[in-house]
Design a protein around this ligand. Structure first.
Ligand code: FAD
Length: 370
């Protein structure tokens, strides 16, 4: 089982483990050379730009890194979608998901009993490690939404709850992409495909059919039962000796911003702000809370504050707030931009490939200019 370090030195060391050529060839296999960087990118410890700059300076050729850079661009693209749509990311983006039979959560995701070995194994692993391989995420979403005919939203909330890399932009958009609400058609994987990429050897399941037949598979018994699940976030307490020096500005860190090098060496109050209202709408597991707190310990002087921004404001006196741009932030103060691979294009893109076409040339020129 994969475990994710929270030690600063070790996190930055992970960049040295990237093998972009092997990544391009094997990333779809569950034992492929994926980077496992998403928990750090999602938490704002690393940015897509930091990974890009590492690849650029490590002496690789553009052809070697292009596939990986394209995947990093998917991430930026989904961020831009959330920034553009705001709360509307929670509704079907391009078209209504078709053939929806239920808006509940399939119980089989909670019990890891979909009947597909690779998926059930990946679900158990998700709960213990906080990670699931991209292909398994796609298989799981396809089984829930396109075979079980559940609306994407509740299953997406289930997955988000458990992922250390939980990022509602990548999560909601990917679930919608699989379910055909943010793509031209639904994504299906049959048993043969799953066996190939997940290394299983399972036959005679409800997925053991051809691609012509798969959209018409009846909802199998394993996926019939649905339920309404209420997720709860167990937030910690505010630090006992929490204190703000009103003469210093205050940097706000949160679930999406744990940049360990942000205004390093300068005199700031540093507050990890955990707003109950945010976690009520986007709940996360205790394992994720622990991961976040452990990561934050790399930031000297950081203090945990559990409460709404307004409450923090009331006790911060004259201290000025600084924070990084994010769609969930409703703070007042000075907003700083987040890092992306390139400057954000002004145009709105409806599809990833339109976005990729717009940034690819610039990225390549930037990469080769070293
Ligand atoms: C249903 C579903 C839900 C998902 N939910 C999330 C989520 O909550 N948070 C999240 O970070 N990613 C999510 N993803 C995207 C993707 O699965 C993960 O980013 C990736 O598996 C992370 O593992 P890695 O860092 O080893 O990826 P690698 O394959 O090594 O990729 C390197 C980096 O590129 C980016 N990336 C790669 N693939 C994608 C992708 N398909 N979409 C967006 N960015 C990508 C990530 O930042 C990743 O860290 C989801 C995908 C699906 C299909």
């Amino acid at each position: 089982m994969r475990s994710f370090t929270t030690d600063k030195e070790q996190i930055f060391q992970l960049l040295n483990d990237i093998n972009p050529q092997a990544y391009g060839r094997t990333r779809n296999y569950i034992d492929g050379a994926v980077t496992y960087l998403s928990p750090y990118i999602s938490r704002g410890v690393l940015s897509t730009r930091i990974v890009f700059d590492y690849l650029k300076n490590a002496g690789f050729d553009w052809q070697d890194v292009e596939k990986l850079v394209q995947e990093l661009a998917w991430r930026d693209f989904f961020q831009l979608v959330w920034m553009r749509l705001g709360e509307d990311i929670n509704t079907d983006i391009k078209r209504a998901q078709e053939q929806v039979k239920s808006r509940d959560l399939p119980s089989a995701l909670l019990t890891a009993e979909t009947g597909i070995e690779a998926i059930d194994f990946a679900i158990k692993n998700l709960e213990s490690s906080g990670y699931m391989h991209n292909h398994l995420r796609m298989y799981t979403a396809s089984v829930a939404c396109n075979i079980g005919r559940y609306h994407w939203r509740e299953p997406a909330r289930w997955m988000y709850y458990h992922l250390l890399d939980a990022d509602w932009a990548s999560n909601a958009c990917s679930w919608q992409w699989v379910a055909g609400a943010f793509s031209q058609k639904k994504y299906f994987a049959n048993q043969e495909n799953i066996n190939k990429y997940a290394g299983t050897n399972q036959f005679e399941t409800y997925l053991d059919v051809s691609y012509e037949e798969i959209p018409n598979v009846d909802i199998p018994g394993q996926l019939m039962q649905g339920e309404k699940k209420v997720w709860k976030t167990n937030l910690p307490e505010t630090d006992a000796d929490f204190q703000i020096n009103p003469e210093w500005p205050t940097l706000i860190y949160n679930w999406y911003n744990l940049d360990l090098n942000w205004h390093k060496e300068e005199s700031f109050n540093r507050v990890l702000l955990l707003e109950p209202s945010v976690f009520e709408r986007y709940p996360i597991s205790s394992k994720s809370i622990e991961f976040m707190i452990d990561l934050s310990r790399n930031i000297p002087g950081i203090q945990v504050f559990v409460g709404e921004f307004e409450e923090l404001k009331n006790i911060a006196g004259e201290s000025k707030f600084l924070f990084k741009q994010h769609p969930l932030n409703k703070y007042q103060g000075e907003e700083e931009p987040r890092d992306f691979l390139t400057a954000i294009p002004q145009k709105n893109f409806n599809s990833f490939f339109g976005f990729w076409k717009a940034i690819e040339k610039q990225l390549r020129a930037d990469f080769e200019n070293r």
